[in-house]
Design a protein around this ligand. Structure first.
Ligand SMILES: [Fe+2]
Length: 354
């Protein structure tokens, strides 16, 4: 499950460049989109051809399969931006229609391995998730078409690659959690303390059979470790945890979440962004919130919206407190370890479907 076959650049995590994050004006920043060079794209094509000739699969591809000079230089530069810069970057230029879906998976995994090992995204053990409509009632947003509120995922670097767009809608939404924290610190420092104390999270039935269904500890919305601010936030899972614990979510605990949502959705904080086919949106997950607008697919679902998703973790991993992890996977793995007979996304774990 955990791949340790590669060495990666030693790029330290830092928030010195954007200590207060950025607001929605970031959409116009030259740092938002990185246009991949013709040389990068040629080398990508060559690497893909070599992978085909060697019979590589998504399981057998390694970082060295996509490590020609321009690719190494470009991926190092993106890693610098993700770990030490704005934490969000859309890499543009891959012609997704030139390759088969299987080739795109291999290519995408090969690039992702420059940033970390792919960790499992659900109890099914998917190392490369397909964000596509499979079950409209699912508690896991990546298999439904509903609107997803601003949230974080479960690994230090995440990426979404757009393979096919929907007929309409489906815009991504991005916001800097550092910006949100700064606003709350100024306007409601009392509620910042509540957010830092954190909330229990539901594990939605994807935990090992002997583990608690709800975290026996609180997960801070904001925490600081070695000078790095981290944000972990999925409101729906907090609400399901309170519901199943039989505890009302009320008082300042509810007020703090409402305030967080209100700040996060301010027009000067979050912005909508429509990914183009072939785009790869790389994110410093614990520094960036993301969301998705609802969307309409064509009648033929096999042509419907499809994004590939990676959850990546390097070793040593990003500095953060251990309570950030919802699933106490062995050996400190992020993500959700695979579990036999533990179905993904049962509707009873969503508050949106009932
Ligand atoms: Fe997500």
């Amino acid at each position: 499950m955990l791949r340790t076959d590669t060495k990666r650049p030693d790029v330290q995590w830092s928030q010195e460049k954007y200590p207060s994050g950025w607001g929605s004006e970031f959409i116009d920043s030259t740092e938002m989109v990185k246009h991949l060079s013709p040389q990068f794209l040629k080398e990508l094509d060559d690497c893909m051809s070599a992978c085909k000739a060697a019979g590589k699969t998504i399981e057998s591809v390694v970082k060295d399969d996509f490590s020609s000079p321009s690719i190494v230089e470009t991926m190092s530069s993106i890693l610098e931006d993700i770990r030490r810069g704005a934490g969000l970057l859309v890499a543009r230029g891959v012609d997704a229609e030139k390759y088969t879906p299987q080739e795109l998976e291999i290519m995408y995994m090969g690039l992702g391995l420059h940033f970390g090992n792919a960790v499992s995204q659900s109890s099914y053990g998917d190392l490369l998730g397909h964000v596509a409509v499979r079950d409209k009632t699912s508690a896991r947003g990546y298999t439904s078409d509903r609107q997803l509120d601003l949230h974080t995922d479960s690994a230090e670097i995440i990426c979404l690659m757009c393979i096919r767009r929907s007929t309409s809608g489906g815009e991504s939404v991005f916001a800097s959690s550092l910006k949100i924290r700064d606003i709350i610190a100024v306007e409601r420092p009392d509620l910042l303390k509540v957010l830092e104390a954190g909330y229990p999270y539901h594990r939605r039935g994807e935990e090992p059979p002997d583990a608690e269904p709800v975290t026996p500890y609180r997960i801070p919305v904001f925490s600081t470790t070695n000078g790095l601010v981290s944000c972990r936030y999925v409101r729906e899972i907090i609400e399901v945890a309170y519901r199943d614990l039989g505890k009302p979510l009320e008082g300042t605990e509810k007020e703090a979440l409402d305030y967080f949502d209100e700040v996060a959705n301010r027009p000067e904080v979050a912005f909508d962004y429509q990914l183009q086919t072939g785009d790869m949106a790389w994110m410093n997950n614990y520094q960036i919130l993301h969301a998705r607008r609802s969307f309409v697919n064509p009648d033929d679902l096999s042509n419907g919206r499809l994004l590939y998703r990676l959850w990546l973790q390097d070793f040593p991993s990003r500095p953060m407190c251990k309570e950030m992890l919802v699933y106490q996977n062995p050996q400190g793995r992020q993500g959700i370890d695979p579990q036999e007979d533990r179905p993904v996304g049962l509707a009873k774990y969503s508050t949106k479907n009932h």
